[in-house]
Ligand binder design. Structure first.
Ligand code: ADP
Ligand code: MG
Length: 466
């Protein structure tokens, strides 16, 4: 157990009700996060706020505690409205507000997002809602139809304001804000602070306090993004992720061999440099796959957890969870392959409704909620497939033939005149040598090796085809 230092950011410093304090302890919220410590004191005083902190820093509780502290549970009027960019985020925010509201009886939090019928939402509103969380489009619908009244609103929250701007919600936000009473508190939260945010803030906020928590760059980080997919969308979604993020190297995890094969075949058919690694490969094929991924001549490795065991490849740009592992420890292990050594890694996970139980176990283990993004946000990058710069030449001679890396490098640079930069990693096993060379010179290298000699003897070389 660690003792908290006296100067810790305990929630007890805040003017919250004893019941709310108690609930925070039960939720395991002992210390405020940095953004909470910076934003809660002014927010609880009723000030308008512009708060910026990275994803996962606890922004939801920062505004939720502020808006809940002002609620009058006996009045059945909408007193707080939270605007979110997507349904997934609105649902997460709704759940977090409900958790934090448990201390008070009967606080009704209603989610109003697109993608679900209006009717159920209208019924919830009729039963009375204290807090409404929703996406701008759907909120406009309810406002236009007169289902939603904002004349008793005390708090307006713009969550993920940067993403709402990106998604073109500015006009909707303006219209909604105009229907709120002028006498209100407005809280704006954002992960980044693009120029548009200042303009937006200038229109809706009154004398706001700005709080900002700098992102730390000291250690490797992993950015996790979750996407909900239907089964038939799963494999195509992998290609969309690759096109959108264009990672230089990707390890894609599947739960079964069959899925590995299907995905690798689909990606290859689409012109990607992808290989599958699964338990059914013969040793020689397995070695080749590992060599090609490690030497940078294959950019996507599709693997099962078992097959990837012991795989040690540094600096992976991305890990994709094509399926969600039923074992939460395995998930954490999977994504730990990216984001090493001071670099930010990307962990992208595709989950169907059937896997949400596994997602829940992962959230419990990681101690934070998943951040969901819509598949529709993935935009294809026009142009060529991103092929690796290197490709692998297979030379049929290995340790048995007393070949050493220096011999191969010497043949390529001293004898054939290539530069050190054109030659990559050299792997030698008993009977074979694999050398990564620049894609542009690969055919010529193979021809010249077959015509020439290594260590005084002629060798057979060929390209491993992508
Ligand atoms: P953000 O909106 O900044 O991306 P969230 O509000 O979604 O972050 O919070 C991320 C996670 O941290 C959530 O799972 C939340 O329950 C948890 N969390 C928030 N505040 C605290 C706290 N003070 N102590 C422990 N966990 C917290
Ligand atoms: Mg958030």
């Amino acid at each position: 157990m660690t003792l908290l230092p006296a100067s810790s950011n305990s929630f007890e410093k805040l003017p919250l009700s004893p019941a709310a304090q108690d609930n925070l302890r039960r939720l395991g919220y002992l210390e405020m996060t940095a953004i909470q410590a910076a934003s809660l004191p002014p927010a609880l005083q009723g000030r308008d706020l512009i708060a910026q902190a990275k994803t996962g820093s606890g922004k939801t509780a920062a505004f939720a505690l502020a808006l809940l502290a002002k609620l009058d549970a006996r009045s059945f009027a909408v007193q707080a409205l939270v605007l979110c960019p997507t349904r997934e985020l609105a649902d997460q925010v709704t759940m977090e507000i409900r958790r934090l509201a448990r201390a008070e009886d009967n606080i009704k939090v209603v989610a109003l997002s697109g993608g679900v019928p209006l009717r159920g939402q209208t019924a919830s509103l009729e039963r009375g809602a204290h807090v409404v969380v929703g996406t701008p489009g759907r909120l406009m619908d309810h406002l236009d139809r007169g289902h939603l009244k904002l004349d008793s609103l005390a708090t307006l929250v713009l969550d993920e304001a940067d993403r709402m701007l990106d998604m073109g919600f500015v006009d909707d936000i303006k219209k909604i804000a105009r229907q709120c009473p002028a006498q209100r508190q407005t809280l704006l939260f954002s992960a980044t602070y693009p120029e548009g945010i200042a303009k937006l803030a200038a229109q809706f906020l009154r004398d706001p306090v700005t709080v900002k928590v700098e992102t730390r760059h000291d250690k490797g980080q992993i950015e996790q993004r979750w996407y909900e997919v239907r089964e038939d969308q799963r494999l195509p979604a992998v290609a969309r992720l690759l096109e959108h993020f264009r990672p230089a190297s990707t390890l894609a995890f599947c739960n079964t061999k069959a899925r590995c094969r299907a995905l690798a075949e689909m990606l290859q058919a689409q012109g990607y440099s992808a290989l599958a690694l699964h338990g059914e490969l013969e040793q020689r094929d397995r070695d080749q796959v590992l060599v090609r991924f490690a030497n940078g001549s294959c950019s996507i490795l599709v693997a099962t957890d078992v097959a990837a065991r012991g795989l040690d490849v540094a600096g992976l740009a991305a890990v994709i969870n094509v399926d969600i592992s039923p074992d939460p420890e395995a998930h954490v292990h999977r994504i730990g392959r990216t984001g090493r050594a001071g670099e930010t890694g990307l962990a992208l996970s595709l989950s169907s409704m059937d896997e949400m139980g596994a997602v829940g176990r992962i959230e419990q283990l990681q101690g934070h909620a998943s951040v969901w993004y819509p598949l529709a946000d993935l935009t294809p990058t026009p142009g060529e497939r991103l092929l690796p710069a290197m490709t692998t030449v297979h030379i049929q001679a290995g340790r048995k033939d007393k070949i050493r890396p220096g011999d191969v490098l010497g043949a390529l640079t001293a004898d054939l005149g290539y530069t050190r930069e054109q030659v990559g990693k050299i792997d030698i096993n008993e009977f074979a040598t694999y050398v990564a060379v620049g894609r542009d010179i690969a055919h010529e290298v193979v021809r010249r090796l077959n015509e020439g000699r290594i260590k005084g003897r002629s060798v057979k070389a060929r390209l491993l085809k992508d």
